[in-house]
Design a protein around this ligand. Structure first.
Ligand code: CMP
Length: 136
């Protein structure tokens, strides 16, 4: 049984040139890339994507950051893809993320943590629809 998850290589990851590393790690794990695009988000799309964080004190900063340069959005597919990618990404706080994970190897600050991965089947469905409406 296959599942899909939305992955973002955030603007810090693109700037630092780790797009290839992120794709390589998820492919090595056995996940397949089924859609992918380099794009700069509008504030509207960013606010939609992060709607659940709207009341957080860091929301403005989060939207500024995620719209601050091009990012790579992709859909990864495979058995338990959501959980599998979150394990590859490591903890949200990169200092707590285990070495060997994407964040553990590439990031130091919670606001600039290189990647995003959907956290549940419901958010995956919502986020995939937002980024790749044509996937259905
Ligand atoms: P992400 O998985 O993209 O989902 C929400 C994001 O909010 C999270 O990754 C972090 O990058 C960001 N975030 C969480 N906590 C903070 C914080 N205290 N300050 C700034 N950004 C944060």
């Amino acid at each position: 049984v296959s599942e899909r998850t939305l992955v973002l290589v955030k603007p810090d990851g693109v700037r630092r040139g780790v797009v290839g590393d992120v794709i390589s790690r998820l492919e090595r794990k056995g996940l397949a890339v089924v859609a992918m695009e380099l794009r700069t988000l509008s504030r509207e799309t960013a606010e939609d994507h992060y709607a659940e964080h709207r009341e957080r004190p860091f929301f403005g900063e989060l939207v500024d950051f995620i719209t601050g340069g091009p990012l790579v959005a992709l859909v990864a597919e495979g058995p338990r893809a959501i959980e599998a990618f979150r394990a590859l990404a490591g903890a949200t706080d990169p200092v707590k993320a285990a070495p060997g994970t994407i964040r553990g190897d590439h990031a130091l600050e919670i606001g600039e943590n290189v990647v995003h991965g959907s956290d549940s089947p419901e958010s995956a469905a919502r986020e995939i629809k937002l980024f790749f409406p044509e996937l259905g």
